[in-house]
Design a binder for this molecule. Sequence first.
Ligand code: PLP
Length: 395
Amino acid sequence: MAIAQRVRQHMQAAAWIRGMFEEGIRLKQQFGDDHVFDFSLGNPVLEPPPKFYDVLQQVVANPRPGMHRYMPNSGYPETRAAIAAQLAEETGLPWTEQHIVMVVGAAGGLNVVLKTLLDPGDEVIIFSPYFVEYLFYVENHQGVPRVVPTDAQFNLNLEALAEALSPRTKVVLINAPNNPTGVVYPAETLAALGDLLRQKQTAFGTDIYLVSDEPYKKLLYDGVIYPEVYPYYDNSLVVTSHAKDLALPGERLGYIAANPACPDMQELQDGFSFANRTLGFVNAPALMQHVITALQGVTIDMGQYERKRALLCDNLEAMGYQFVRPQGAFYLFPQSPIPEDVDFVKVLQAERILTVPGSGFGTPGYFRIAYCVEDQTIEGAMDGFRNVAKAYGLS
Ligand SMILES: Cc1ncc(COP(=O)(O)O)c(C=O)c1O
C-alpha cells in the first residue's frame, strides 16, 4: 500500500465534496457545461476588484531590489503594519505589526496556530456543522477534535460547550460568517462565550485559546456589523485571508492576528514564525504581500453576492425549502426534506444540481448550496429545485 492508512481513511471521510466535483465533471461531459448546475465548491466566480490589478501592475512595473528574496518568517514589516493599521481603524484597539503574522491562506494560518499551541492529546472544540478540513488540521498536529453541535439556528450552543470543555481543552475554534451556514454569531453570544472560557480557565488552571477563523468576515448582508471576538476574550487569535474578500483564493495570502490584550504575545509570535518555517511554508507569498499592503480596506463588490443570495433564497423559500437565511459568506444550508441527506442530494443530482450533503459537515439532514456561482447557474437550477420540492410536497 503506497499511502498511509491514516491518509487513506481521511481521504475517504472527506470524499463528499470531491465525489460531487467528479460527478460534476462527468455530468458536464454528458450534458454540456450550461446544463449542469454546480453548487458544490466554495470557489468564487467573482474576479478581484479593479484596484487589485492597478496595484499589481505598479508593483511589477517598479521592482525593488530584494523584493523576491527570503524575508522574516512572519512576513514583511510594512505589510504587517498596514494590516495592523486597518485593524486599529476597524476595532479601535492598539494593533501593531508585532501582533500580525503573514501566512499561506487561512488554511496555512490554522495549521500554524494549531502546531504552535497543541501538545499531543490536547483537545480542540469544533462546532458542527463544520468546515471538514478542521478535523484533518487538528489531526496534523496530534490534537483531538471534540465536536459540539450548534443550536437549531446554528448559533453556538454554550451549554453543550460547557459540558465538552475539559482540562485538556487547548483551543475552541469558531467560524463566522460560517461555512456552511452563513451564520454570524451575535455579540451577546461572544460575550457569554468569553465569560464561560474565562471561568473554565480559572477552574482548570489552564490556558484555553479562542481561535476565530474569519475568511468571510467582510462578506456580510443586510448591514450586519461584524461582532469581533477581541473585546470579549483576551486569549483570542484570529485567522483570516484575502481568499474571499479580494477574491484571491489561488494566491494563498492570509494572516494571524493575535489580540493585543493576549498575554504571552512574544512567545506566541515566535511560535507562529517557527511553525510557519518548519511546516515548510517558510513565509507567505512575497509578491502578494507587496500587493495587499496597498489594498487594506478594499473588498469585492458585495452587491453581486447580495443579488445571488436574494435570487436563491427568495425562490427556494417560495418553493417551501426550510433554511436559516445567511447573514454572510456565500453558503446556504437548507434542511433536507428527508432525513437521508445523502439520498436527497442524489435526487437533486438527477436534476443535474450538485450540492453537498450535510453529513459532509458533520450534520446529517441538511445539504449545502455554495452560491458563489454565475447568476445563470442559480436561474438554471430553479426548475430542478421546483420539481424536487413538488415531488416531496414542500409547498
Ligand atoms: C471556513 C473556512 N476556513 C478556512 C478556509 C481556507 O481558506 P484559505 O483559502 O484562505 O486557506 C476556507 C475555505 O473555503 C473556509 O471555508
